[in-house]
Design a protein around this ligand. Structure first.
Ligand code: CTP
Ligand code: CA
Length: 208
């Protein structure tokens, strides 16, 4: 089993020093990497900038922007059996990145933002017989929105996260299947949730 994992936030730069990003510690993805390595799987970890050390035993690919994450994943996914996408990808980027540093204007400024590439949706389109597991964090109508995401990104399952997970050591998640049913429900330390997820993938994908 060779597993691709996306983790951490991505950054989108306005100039060489200012960027937009997401609040993500990377802990969930790194815990999935550790749990998968402990099962003897090969782990390919594509991670945005985080403050925790790279997990031992993973093939580590650090990236910064969403485009970097997309390029790394498109290159690495064909050699993997599936992907678990935990990354908190920055959804928008400034339409233009200014070289150097913008000076203050003394008044308000307007920045035109455009959507970044959807890494998971691209992997979903390319998946063939690989499995695809997404993560979702929803402010409202959580199950409906998560299921829509699962379908839009051609995931086999999606892990619906509780918003309280951001920055926390613990998490409470529901694993939703393509038909909208709840495949599993796990709560606890992110490492325990990660182990349950990896065990579940091992038992339900026919790959191990
Ligand atoms: N994802 C991704 N690339 C993006 C956005 C999201 O790979 N540009 C992945 C995330 O890693 C996660 C899943 O898609 O596995 C869902 O992410 P989420 O932010 O919840 O969904 P979005 O499609 O970005 O929708 P929104 O933020 O508007 O709810
Ligand atoms: Ca998003």
């Amino acid at each position: 089993m060779r597993l691709l994992i996306t983790a951490g936030p991505t950054r989108e730069y306005l100039d060489d020093v200012r960027y937009l990003s997401n609040a993500s510690s990377g802990r969930m993805g790194y815990a999935v990497a550790e749990a998968a390595t402990a099962l003897g799987w090969q782990v390919v970890l594509v991670s945005g900038p985080v403050e925790i050390p790279a997990p031992a035993g993973s093939e580590f690919h650090p990236v910064t922007t969403t485009a970097d994450m997309r390029d790394a994943c498109l290159k690495l996914f064909p050699g993997c059996d599936g992907v678990i996408a935990t990354a908190a990808v920055c959804d928008y980027k400034p339409k233009e990145r200014v070289a150097g540093k913008l000076s203050k204007t003394g008044g308000p400024i307007t920045i035109e933002m455009i959507e970044t590439d959807d890494v998971l949706a691209e992997l979903g389109r390319l998946k063939g017989d690989r499995f695809v597991v997404g993560f979702a964090l929803e402010a409202q109508n959580p199950r409906e929105n998560a299921l829509q995401k699962l379908r839009r990104k051609q995931c086999d399952w999606i892990v619906l996260n509780d918003p309280s997970a951001i920055g926390s050591d613990t998490n409470s998640v529901e694993l939703i299947a393509e038909d909208g049913t709840t495949a599993a429900h796990w709560a606890g330390d992110k490492r325990d949730v990660a182990r349950s997820l990896v065990d579940w993938v091992a038992a339900n994908t026919g790959k191990s």
